[in-house]
Design a protein around this ligand. Structure first.
Ligand SMILES: Nc1ncnc2c1ncn2[C@@H]1O[C@H](COP(=O)(O)OP(=O)(O)OP(=O)(O)O)[C@@H](O)[C@H]1O
Ligand SMILES: [Mg+2]
Length: 240
């Protein structure tokens, strides 16, 4: 039986160029969608975000913006350099930018982000992280409102975006505030768990609107050239 084309088949895909990720999403992230990248500390969320932007700007010539509420731009820059990703030349060419914000006026973030995206006509965005952003707002409804208005900007400007969230170890949820996953088009979970005497890494596409995708847990590694996912292998992590 012929399959009805999903949204992504009509609108196209954004290739991540992250080894293995385009395979487990069956062709890349649906263009213009907002994807939550969630996982515990040290699982590789910032590395994945940096790799997505660097490779996108470098290999697909798509300008990109990094908005960080966690690490300083110096720290992100330095860590990226360890993988061989030099954002400096891309910034000079107008292919990459860090968005700056004032922590005392986070309600201005959507406007600041919009201006930065328009400035370099960015198509790929990383926001790291919504969990850190939630510490700057008063309550859950302010947080939800802010995430929704950021989301609207990203949708209006047709950006493919990775929104980072954090899993608190031991908690049953897949995001810090338990609402982030409902505000996005897709969720990718990075697991970093102790198995026996060492830690193992596994990635899973939890949901992705408009496309089918692997439903398996796949092993990944953080190598000296970045994240490497093994799409043909299944991770056995003693998952409950
Ligand atoms: N150059 C490198 N080579 C290999 N592995 C590295 C390298 N740099 C970092 N890593 C691995 O990546 C991990 C950090 O990844 P990252 O900073 O992306 O995690 P994160 O999920 O963003 O964590 P957090 O929630 O604390 O921000 C390190 O703990 C280390 O295991
Ligand atoms: Mg991080």
């Amino acid at each position: 039986m012929e399959k009805i084309a999903g949204v992504s088949e009509r609108l196209g895909r954004t290739k991540t160029a992250i080894p293995g990720l385009d395979e487990i999403t069956h062709g890349g992230i649906p263009k213009g969608s907002r994807i939550l990248i969630t996982g515990t500390a040290g699982s590789g969320k910032t590395v994945l975000g940096s790799q997505f932007l660097y490779l996108g700007s470098k290999e697909y010539k798509e300008p990109s913006v990094f908005l960080s509420f966690e690490e300083s731009t110096q720290s992100i820059r330095k860590n990226a350099m360890n993988f061989g990703w030099d954002f400096g030349p891309l910034e000079k060419e107008g292919k990459f930018a860090f968005a700056k914000y004032d922590p005392y006026h986070v309600d201005e973030v959507p406007n600041i982000l919009e201006a930065k995206i328009r400035e370099i006509d960015a198509k790929r965005i990383v926001i790291d992280s919504l969990s850190a952003l939630s510490f700057f707002v008063r309550d859950e409804s302010d947080f939800r409102r802010l995430v929704l208005s950021i989301s609207k900007v990203l949708e209006k400007l047709d950006c493919t975006s990775l929104l980072v969230s954090e899993i608190v170890p031991g908690s049953p949820g897949i995001s810090r505030n338990g609402i982030e996953e409902f505000l996005v088009d897709g969720v990718i979970v990075l697991y970093y768990r102790r198995v026996g005497s060492s830690f193992s890494r596994a990635i899973q596409v939890w949901k992705m609107r408009g496309t089918d995708h692997s439903e398996k847990l796949h092993p990944y590694k953080i190598t000296k050239t970045g994240i490497q996912i093994y799409p043909k292998e299944e991770a056995l992590m003693g998952m409950k």
